[in-house]
Each structure stands twice: as structure tokens, then as C-alpha cells.
Write a protein that binds this ligand. Structure first.
Ligand code: HEC
Ligand code: HEC
Ligand code: HEC
Ligand code: HEC
Ligand code: HEC
Ligand code: HEC
Length: 328
């Protein structure tokens, strides 16, 4: 064999031997176990302490938020999907609160052709314009009750009941004689049914109204609602609560206009109108929402940041508005 061929073979043999040795030295045992080049990292990752703690972890310290969340449609979206991994929280500081809810919510809810129909989706420009989603939706309890069905009842029968049982407090014509009791004249019938049913079922409690509503049948409630909805409200220049600033209330009310209209007359008949409502009643109601005594997840999230002065101003502003729907 010529010498140069033998040398070439020797070099090839040495290279082969080196490759084989290197393969066993450099490639971890786990190479074929977990796939291409993952090697032992899988074991290392699995051995790490989990960064995500799960929703049950939050319950003890953020009970209110957890209760809202678990009672509504977002209970299938883990807290940490929106707030980030909670490992080390609260010792290492607060978790971030997503500021841009349009960016956050459109991740899952922007209408797109490939998205399964079961995932609720909206065309953002039509649905929200340039408003933040949190203007109307509580991130933890996002579902907003849709428009209720039309209420049918007998106003004459309703009137008899009202004169007997309700007029002493809500007035003979639905205008309350007392500043802390609500007027009912001209209120949306669907809302009246909803709220009276809530008193009846115990979903909302009030020392006076709960026992009264429990004594009413479903038909009584519909008749009363139709009767009160048909009464005309009377414009009064209501006395503003002390410390109230109507102008400040007008500015604050812009945050409420998406649902309640500019003056307290909204578009959804399942929701209350309160233009011209009694000011002290509005103050009590807003404080009840803020304190969690009156439970509505949508309202709870919008009143959370209001001070007592803000509440007085809002109540004074709405009480001073004309109670008839404004003609355009
Ligand atoms: C051991 C109690 C505890 C647990 C468990 C806990 N938190 Fe907190 N969290 C706190 C405290 C304390 C703060 C700081 C409150 C403050 O300073 O206003 C906080 C703040 C936050 C904030 C910021 C609130 C703000 O007003 O700035 C968010 C968001 C938050 N937590 C989310 C979560 C989530 C999500 C979980 C579950 C994965 C969780 N937390 C679990 C105690 C806890
Ligand atoms: C769909 C996303 C999403 C999920 C899921 C979610 N949050 Fe939030 N969270 C938000 C947003 C957005 C805000 C800011 C709210 C606002 O400004 O209206 C917020 C605010 C908070 C705050 C700040 C204080 C406050 O109440 O304003 C806390 C605390 C909090 N969330 C805890 C939780 C906990 C605990 C869970 C799970 C039980 C949870 N969040 C689930 C999006 C989410
Ligand atoms: C990680 C994905 C995800 C994010 C982010 C998210 N959602 Fe959701 N959302 C869901 C899922 C899943 C449901 C539950 C659908 C169901 O009930 O089957 C839901 C339900 C809803 C519903 C109720 C729909 C209905 O009528 O049934 C509304 C409204 C809503 N989300 C609004 C929001 C808003 C506002 C935000 C931003 C603060 C947001 N979502 C962020 C996944 C998400
Ligand atoms: C002006 C108030 C308002 C704003 C702002 C708003 N929404 Fe809504 N959204 C509503 C109301 C009211 C409903 C329920 C009535 C209905 O079914 O149309 C609703 C329903 C939804 C639903 C359920 C739709 C379905 O088909 O079940 C989703 C999802 C949703 N919104 C997501 C969003 C997202 C994401 C944003 C931010 C980009 C947003 N919304 C901003 C008022 C608003
Ligand atoms: C996303 C829609 C939405 C926004 C925004 C909103 N509200 Fe409401 N509001 C509601 C709904 C729904 C109810 C009915 C709750 C119930 O039936 O218990 C309600 C009820 C009320 C009531 C009770 C009226 C009565 O006759 O008992 C008052 C007062 C009120 N809202 C004031 C406000 C103020 C002030 C703001 C702004 C700071 C505001 N709301 C923002 C949806 C909204
Ligand atoms: C002893 C006085 C009293 C009598 C009698 C009374 N109410 Fe009331 N009503 C109240 C008070 C006080 C409230 C406010 C409760 C609250 O803040 O939750 C109220 C609230 C209401 C509301 C909720 C209004 C709103 O805007 O949310 C309705 C509806 C109502 N009453 C209907 C009736 C009907 C129908 C009757 C007769 C069967 C009746 N009430 C009898 C004192 C009375």
C-alpha cells in the first residue's frame, strides 16, 4: 500500500475515534430521552420551583377580587394570565396591574376569522371606539347583563297594590316625600322588576324593602313595575347635599356616561335611570356599592376609587338633571 494512502487512512481512523469519544463525553445521557438538544435541561426545568402559583393562592389575601372572578365568566382565565407570575409576591412587591386593557383584552376577544365561535369576540372599533375596555367591563367579572325582555303587567292592579303598600314611602304618584327614599315614577319597568326580584330573592338586602318584597308574588312585581314606569316624573330643583359641587359632579359623570347617559338616563332598560332622583338616596346607594353592601360587580369596579366628596358631587349633579328623556 502506498505510504500516502496509509497515512490518509490513519488520519481518518483517528478522526473517527475522536468523534466517537467526543460523542460520549459531550452529549448528555438524556439526549435521546427528551428530543433534540433539550438534554438535561428538562430535568432542570422540572426541578425548579413553579413561578405560577394558581388562583387558590390569591384567595386568602385578595378575597374580594377572587370572589368577583370566580362568580363570573373569567373564572376560566387564571389570575396570573393577566397579572404575571406571582412567585415571590407579595414579599418582592406588588404584581403589575395591566394599564392598557385594550391591548390586554383584544388578545383573546378581538374578532378574527380563525377564532372559534365559542370564544366571545367583538369588532373592537365598532364595540368600544377608542375607549378602554375597563370603562364598561369589570376585568374580574366582565359579563354585563344584556338588555332585558319587555315587561308586561296590569297597571291598574299595580296601582291598587301601590296605594295600599308603597305610597307611604314612595309617594302617591311615585315621587318620594323623603330625600333618602327613592322616587319610582318613570323608572324603567325592567329595572324595577330586576331590583324588586333581587330584594325578594335576597340577592339585595334592605331592612325595609326585603320583607315587603318577600310578600309580593312575581305577578305583583310585574304589575307594580308597569304602574310605576307609567307615572310621569316631576322635575324638582333638589337640595344639594352639604359639601356638594355640582360642576365637579358633571365632570365625574363623564366616566359613567357610557352606561348611564350624560344625565343619568341610560340606554339599557334593565338598568336604572336616575336623572332627578333624590340626592341623599343616590349618596346612600353609591356608598353601598362602594362598601360592597349592594352587590353589582360592574358598579363595584367603577365606584371603588370615589371619595365621599366625589359621591356627594355626583349625587347633586344627577339630582339636578331633568328626569324626562332628552329629546334630540
Ligand atoms: C400573602 C398575601 C398575598 C397573596 C397570597 C397574594 N397577594 Fe397580591 N398583594 C398582597 C399585598 C399585601 C399587596 C400590596 C397591597 C398594597 O400595597 O396596596 C398586593 C398587591 C397586589 C396587586 C397590586 C394591587 C395594587 O393596588 O397595586 C395585584 C395585582 C396583586 N396583588 C395580585 C395578586 C395575585 C394575582 C395573586 C395570586 C396569584 C396574589 N396577589 C396573591 C398580598 C397578597
Ligand atoms: C382578564 C384579566 C384579569 C384577570 C383574569 C384577573 N385580573 Fe386582576 N386586574 C385586571 C385589570 C385590567 C385590573 C385593573 C382594574 C381596573 O383598573 O379596573 C386588575 C386589578 C387587580 C387588582 C388591583 C386592585 C383593584 O382591585 O383594582 C388586584 C388586587 C387584582 N386585580 C387581583 C386579581 C386576582 C386575585 C385575580 C384572580 C382571582 C385576578 N386579579 C384576575 C385584570 C385581570
Ligand atoms: C387569556 C384570554 C382572555 C383575556 C386576556 C380576556 N378574556 Fe374575557 N373571556 C375569556 C374567556 C375564556 C371567557 C369565557 C367565555 C365563556 O364564558 O365560555 C371570557 C369572557 C368574557 C366576557 C363575557 C362574554 C359573554 O357574554 O359570555 C366578557 C364581556 C369579557 N370576557 C371581556 C373581557 C375584557 C374586558 C378583558 C380585558 C380586561 C378580557 N375579557 C380579557 C378570555 C379572556
Ligand atoms: C361603552 C361600554 C363598553 C366598552 C368601552 C366595551 N364594552 Fe364590551 N360590552 C358592553 C356591553 C353593554 C356588552 C353586553 C351587551 C351585548 O351583549 O352587546 C358588552 C359585551 C362584550 C363581550 C361579549 C360579546 C358576546 O358576543 O357575548 C365581549 C367579549 C366584550 N364586550 C369585550 C370588550 C372588549 C375587549 C372591550 C375593549 C376593547 C370592550 N368590550 C369595551 C359594553 C362595552
Ligand atoms: C358598565 C356600565 C356602568 C357604568 C360605567 C356605571 N354604571 Fe351605574 N349601574 C350600572 C348597572 C348595571 C346598574 C344596576 C345595578 C343593579 O341592578 O344593582 C347601575 C346602578 C347604578 C345606580 C343605582 C340607581 C338606583 O336607582 O338604585 C347608581 C346611583 C349608579 N349606577 C351610578 C353610577 C355612577 C355615578 C357611575 C360613574 C361613576 C356609574 N354608575 C357607572 C352600570 C354602570
Ligand atoms: C317604609 C318605607 C317603604 C315602603 C312602605 C316601601 N318602600 Fe320601597 N324603598 C324604601 C327605601 C328606604 C328604599 C331604598 C333601599 C336601599 O337603599 O336599598 C326603597 C327602595 C325601593 C326600590 C328600589 C329603587 C331603586 O331605584 O333602586 C323599589 C323598586 C321599591 N322600593 C319599590 C317599593 C314597592 C313596590 C313598595 C310597595 C310594595 C315599596 N317599595 C314600599 C322604602 C319603602
Amino acid at each position: 500500500m502506498p505510504k500516502h494512502i496509509a497515512r490518509l487512512l490513519a488520519i481518518l481512523g483517528a478522526a473517527l475515534a475522536l468523534t466517537v469519544i467526543a460523542r460520549f463525553f459531550l452529549v448528555p445521557d438524556s439526549f435521546y430521552q427528551f428530543g433534540h438538544y433539550r438534554a438535561n435541561s428538562v430535568v432542570e426545568i422540572a426541578a425548579r420551583e413553579p413561578a405560577f402559583q394558581g388562583a387558590a393562592y390569591c384567595e386568602g389575601c385578595h378575597a374580594e377580587r377572587h370572589a368577583e372572578w370566580s362568580g363570573n365568566n373569567h373564572k376560566s382565565v387564571a389570575c396570573e394570565t393577566c397579572h404575571g407570575a406571582a412567585k415571590g409576591h407579595p414579599d418582592n412587591g406588588k404584581l403589575p396591574i395591566p394599564a392598557d386593557t385594550v391591548a390586554l383584552c383584544t388578545l383573546c376577544h378581538e374578532a378574527m376569522p380563525g377564532r372559534p365561535k365559542t370564544q366571545p369576540q367583538v369588532v373592537v372599533a365598532e364595540h368600544a371606539g377608542d375607549q378602554q375596555c375597563k370603562t364598561c367591563h369589570n376585568s374580574h367579572a366582565p359579563k354585563i347583563a344584556a338588555v332585558a325582555a319587555k315587561v308586561t303587567g296590569d297597571a291598574v292592579v299595580g296601582q291598587k297594590l301601590a296605594v295600599a303598600d308603597c305610597a307611604s314611602c314612595h309617594g302617591a304618584k311615585g315621587i318620594s316625600p323623603n330625600d333618602t327614599w327613592p322616587s319610582l315614577a318613570g323608572q324603567n319597568a325592567a329595572y324595577l322588576v330586576r331590583i324588586m326580584s333581587a330584594y325578594k330573592s335576597g340577592a339585595q338586602e334592605d331592612v325595609i324593602m326585603t320583607p315587603l318584597a318577600k310578600a309580593l308574588g312575581d305577578e305583583d312585581i310585574r304589575n307594580l313595575a308597569v304602574y310605576y314606569a307609567g307615572l310621569s316624573c316631576v322635575d324638582r330643583s333638589a337640595a344639594a347635599p352639604s359639601g356638594a359641587d355640582v360642576e365637579a359632579g358633571k365632570v365625574l359623570a363623564k366616566n359613567c356616561a357610557a352606561c348611564h347617559g350624560e344625565t343619568g338616563i341610560g340606554t339599557n332598560p334593565a338598568w336604572p335611570n336616575f336623572a332627578g332622583q333624590k340626592a341623599d338616596y343616590l349618596v346612600n346607594v353609591l356608598k353601598a356599592f362602594r362598601g360592597g353592601i349592594r352587590k353589582d360587580p360592574t358598579m363595584a369596579s367603577v365606584v371603588r376609587g370615589l371619595s365621599d366628596a366625589d359621591i356627594n358631587s355626583l349625587a347633586a349633579y344627577y339630582a339636578a338633571q331633568s328626569c324626562q328623556p332628552r329629546k334630540k
